[in-house]
Design a protein around this ligand. Structure first.
Ligand SMILES: NC(=O)c1ccc[n+]([C@@H]2O[C@H](COP(=O)([O-])OP(=O)(O)OC[C@H]3O[C@@H](n4cnc5c(N)ncnc54)[C@H](OP(=O)(O)O)[C@@H]3O)[C@@H](O)[C@H]2O)c1
Length: 438
């Protein structure tokens, strides 16, 4: 189902967009009220088959020299950086579960994404083992025999693959994000108890529409009683709940929760499909931005991937939860000033006016661009516009900070210099038009 949705035709996208945005506001509000789900009502979705239970001896120690690991989502943004880090910091063969009709195509896709982010390393490439499969299929689409073989072969799983889509509803994302996680846990517990490193998100906590800022801690209860506003965060919450159930049954699991992942802090390479990139493109295209008093917590992808791989190989880290957030969040106004300094003239206008402009077909913004911003617009309609993001909580990171204290890895600030690298990259790639001024 998710496959079909990710291949929506422009006409189908327009219809969905119309449904999300162009209803009379009363109807839209009702639609959105229904879209927000309290985690209490999601709990029943987190049902882990009783047979998913580790067999044999369970070790709580990481394998310091894994020989074979399985990585999901290696053709994606963070996945490419994780693959590169795993190749550099282990001697393991990295089995990459890739959506492809055959191994040759899987190889082509994995290589293609590493090359796109300038990460391809010919010498280490022989340790990449593509596995043609699909998270949304039973037994990862591998068939019983290959599934058993793989379960026996691997030493650990890095489960990073997911459908990262802020528009589709829960049901559309469930096969990949929820059932895919369930199949990964099945694989990890089939022959012994293989460590699972699960890439989650800070979005599993209620971050918008809060009345107070508060602090979100790494070991906070998942049953926080708050509401989650899109299908993506809802499916990630249920997936993390499944991982916690598997932990309670004895599977060694570590959980990594990044905030908003941005481009490589050194090369500027970023995923053009990312929500933040699309948001910036719409600002530049319209020439105006919403005047909102809020912050964004952004973490460069090179930091996230290095931290995950180091933590996953470090003694004493297995079984913990780690927040990968930036200790220095950025005010939206500051971000806007960096984009202006790069040469794009931007006018700050009240949120409601900006929303109207964005939806004005005469402005010529491509439907695709509007479509990708639909979740922001729809959430804002549901919870009184700009107020929704005013009270972003603080993300406590004590497990991460303590575990990385003796390493050279720390989260760099996303500042004017970093953002300039991102904008240069996005202009060079043709995603953004070259600025006229400056
Ligand atoms: N980006 C962020 O700001 C952010 C923030 C916090 C957490 N995260 C988490 O980080 C992880 C990676 O995110 P990302 O931004 O790198 O996303 P991405 O670029 O969209 O990559 C997603 C990866 O998952 C794969 N995938 C999707 N559906 C699949 C399926 N049915 N079967 C097999 N593979 C499938 C994709 O494969 P295809 O190439 O075939 O599509 C791709 O390799 C996700 O778990 C996400 O929840 C991301």
């Amino acid at each position: 189902m998710s496959d079909r949705l990710s291949n929506l035709s422009p006409k189908e996208k327009r219809a969905l967009l119309a449904q999300l945005l162009r209803k009379k506001s009363g109807t839209l509000d009702k639609l959105l009220e229904q879209a927000a789900i309290n985690v209490k009502d999601l709990k029943a979705e987190a049902a882990l088959d009783p047979e998913i239970r580790p067999t044999g001896t369970v070790s709580t120690q990481v394998a310091p020299r894994p020989e074979r690991v399985l990585l999901t989502g290696a053709t994606g943004f963070l996945g490419s950086f994780l693959l590169s880090e795993l190749l550099r910091h282990t001697r393991a063969e990295i089995y990459c579960l890739v959506r492809a009709p055959n191994v040759a195509e899987g190889e082509r896709r994995t290589r293609g994404s590493l090359e796109a982010y300038a990460l391809w390393d010919e010498e280490r490439s022989s340790r990449i083992v593509p596995v043609a499969g699909d998270l949304s299929e039973p037994l990862l689409g591998l068939g019983a025999e290959r599934f058993e073989e793989l379960a026996a072969e691997i030493d650990a799983v890095y489960h990073n693959g997911a459908s990262v889509n802020w528009v589709y509803p829960y049901e559309a994302l469930k096969p990949t994000n929820v059932l895919g996680t369930l199949e990964v846990l099945r694989l990890a517990s089939r022959h012994g108890a293989k460590p699972v490193h699960f890439v989650s998100t800070l979005g599993i906590f209620p971050l918008v529409g809060r009345s107070d800022a508060g602090v979100v801690r790494e070991d906070d209860d998942l049953d926080h009683g708050g509401s989650l506003y899109n299908g993506y965060t809802q499916t990630k919450w249920v997936a993390e709940k499944l991982v916690e159930i598997a932990r309670a049954r004895g599977l060694p699991v570590s959980i990594y929760r990044p905030s908003l992942i941005t481009g490589d802090s050194q090369t500027g390479a970023w995923n053009e499909d990312d929500f933040t990139c699309k948001m910036i493109k719409s600002w530049v295209g319209l020439g105006n931005v919403p005047d909102v008093d809020t912050e964004m917590n952004m973490v460069p992808v090179d930091y996230v991937s290095r931290a995950i791989v180091r933590l996953s190989l470090q003694e004493g880290s297995l079984g913990k939860r780690f927040h990968l957030a930036n200790p220095q969040p950025v005010k939206v106004d500051e971000l806007v000033s960096w984009i202006e300094a790069f040469g794009y003239p931007l006018k700050r206008i009240p949120f409601d006016g900006w929303r109207t402009e964005l939806l004005n077909p005469a402005k010529g913004l491509r439907e695709d661009a509007m479509y990708s911003l639909a979740p922001l617009l729809s959430m804002s309609a549901a919870i009184e516009g700009p107020k929704m993001v005013r009270a972003i909580p603080e993300f406590d990171r004590r497990n991460t900070t303590a575990a990385l204290a003796s390493t050279e890895i720390s989260c760099p600030p996303v500042d004017a210099g970093t953002f300039e690298k991102y904008l240069v990259y996005l202009v060079r790639s043709g995603f953004l038009a070259s600025p006229t001024g400056g």
